[in-house]
Design a protein around this ligand. Structure first.
Ligand code: RTP
Ligand code: MG
Length: 141
């Protein structure tokens, strides 16, 4: 499988629960490497632009409100099949439906406060990585 990059966000609920390290540890144990990382408190404009694909959805206002409610950690993860591997580690969007042992099953409260974001395709990954990081902020090993 090809080496890929994907964008991960540790959302405000998980930062507030102080489980940043536990979440990153899962990525590392699964063979993904953090090649870029920063902590940000997203502005409304940044959150709206990031989730622009959902702007017509009924939950858009709540999603933007939640994503700007506290700091997040945005990261680029690199590794074999990184996009699908990260989605697998995250589990289903709704933590009630997430498989046991996934990040959302273990750390998320609700479909809104669901601990993590991960790019859902190669095209999204490319857009989302570039949304937060310039090429000189990405440090492959
Ligand atoms: P994400 O983009 O955050 O990684 O999550 P995802 O791919 O699993 O889910 P997506 O469909 O892209 O939705 C983005 C975020 O919007 C919230 N959402 N709420 N109330 C609802 O029906 C609903 N559906 C989605 C979730 O917080 C989801 O992570
Ligand atoms: Mg999504």
């Amino acid at each position: 499988m090809a080496i890929e990059r994907t964008l991960s966000i540790i959302k405000p609920d998980a930062v507030a629960k102080n489980v940043i390290g536990e979440i990153i540890s899962r990525f590392e144990k699964a063979g993904l490497q953090v090649v870029a990382s920063k902590m940000l408190h997203l502005s409304k404009e940044q959150a709206e632009g990031f989730y622009a694909e959902h702007k017509e959805r009924p939950f858009f206002g709540d999603l933007v409100g939640f994503m700007t409610s506290g700091p997040v950690v945005v990261q680029v993860l690199e590794g074999e099949g990184a996009i699908a591997k990260n989605r697998e580690l995250m589990g289903a969007t709704n933590p009630q439906e997430a498989a046991a042992g996934t990040i959302r099953a273990d750390f998320a409260q609700s479909i809104d406060a669901n601990a993590v974001h991960g790019s859902d395709s190669a095209a999204s990954a490319e857009r989302e990585v570039a949304y937060f990081f310039s090429s000189d902020e990405i440090c492959p090993r």
